[in-house]
Design a protein around this ligand. Sequence first.
Ligand SMILES: *Cc1c(COP(=O)(O)O)cnc(C)c1O
Length: 460
Amino acid sequence: MKNRLRTLTEPFRIKMVEPLKITTAEYRIKTLQKAGYNPFLLRSSDVFIDLLTDSGTGAMSDRQWAGIMMGDESYAGARSWEHLERVVKELTGMEYILPTHQGRAAERILYGILGGPDKLFISNTHFDTTRANIEFTGATAIDIVYDEAQDPEADLPFKGNIDLDKLRQLIKSYRSENIAAVIITVTNNSSGGQPVSMQNVKALRRICDEHNLLLVIDGCRIAENAYFVKHREPEYKDYTYEDIAKAMLRLGDAFIMSAKKDGLVNIGGLLTMKDEALSLKCKNQLIISEGFTTYGGLAGRDMEALAIGLTEVFDADYLHYRIRSTAYLGEKLKAKGIPVVWPIGGHAVYVDAKKLYAHIPVHEFPGQMLACDLYIQGGIRCCEIGSVMFGKYDENKQLIPAANELVRLAIPRRVYTQSHIDYVLDVFDDILALKDQTSGFRIRYEPPFLRHFTAQFEKI
Ligand SMILES: *Cc1c(COP(=O)(O)O)cnc(C)c1O
């Protein structure tokens, strides 16, 4: 315990290395210009520290790589499937376990069956693939976090909680037979990786029981959430992280997981449930689109690595390092005077670019500017979450800006060391020194949908 007050250290050492290219600022200026000032269009080999996403970008352990070699590639009833099924049954307490190739495949199967025109889904915040899969069926998706949690500076312990009063009102006005499911996303990805309390999920369970509603847990960061529960809800301080996750998952009727996050693997997903009739419908869809019920869209070796990853992710030293290393970055940025969303969530730090670049109007995309400046100054790649991603146009083609202009620094699991994080902090010193010289962007090209992936910009 004593060394926890000292430098935060990785609870692992390095056995294999992946070299990174170190580039000059001149090279990066040219490269970024060629990419139309959109970091999504950069080649990864031109990036030094890649903080674009924590999804599928983690490093596997020696045990997982050993598992890869031991994977059983039999079509049906493979040993690796039995291993994965056993681990997931124990974790969720659910009887029916379906493997999928990633989270959105599980979403398409479940919400395709539950959804349809006139149906309503209610969540703390629907992740973008969740919303897309729901809306694709003709159903409606409504987000209800607490109003006070939407203030980026409000220092609250569980800003991911679902607003139970708003839920009761929605049940009253829409009637429970029209509500296909309530989805609780832990941690709440789209609101900054903010945690959800056990108390909130317990209360949600009671409301779902009263009104006969299906409760789905979108738990791709269930281990990271467990860390916050242990340290912020006194009742759980003596629980292990795994027992907290088990207790939370037992409150759900179904569980969806993108294994690319807390599964500690590069590809994979899970769909599990308690109800047999629902599981039979889901299995039919699984066989049509993903694969047989004992492999889904996964190779035997993928399932073996996932079974091991789901055990490793609850290791107390790993989770402490994981959550503290993200918080370290956020806390040090705040101390430098960089405005960040507070408190720091589990998998990412969000910088408030509208505040940092107060002289750049929102229609000149301050978040995109910051993402580009971080690449030019330090070869760091990250993602704008502001008006480039969520802005819309009114009938006069004027921008309706997003609520916030954020830049997300997502931290891949077990990939970068403390000195990489210190390097990111150094680059922010240059960002601060140069911030008044920065000017905005206009859009040169944009596609009709999901423009942040392929839009191109020019400097004003
Ligand atoms: C990543 C994610 C998904 C989708 O999973 P994929 O594996 O990317 O398809 C769904 N929900 C949440 C909360 C996520 O973070």
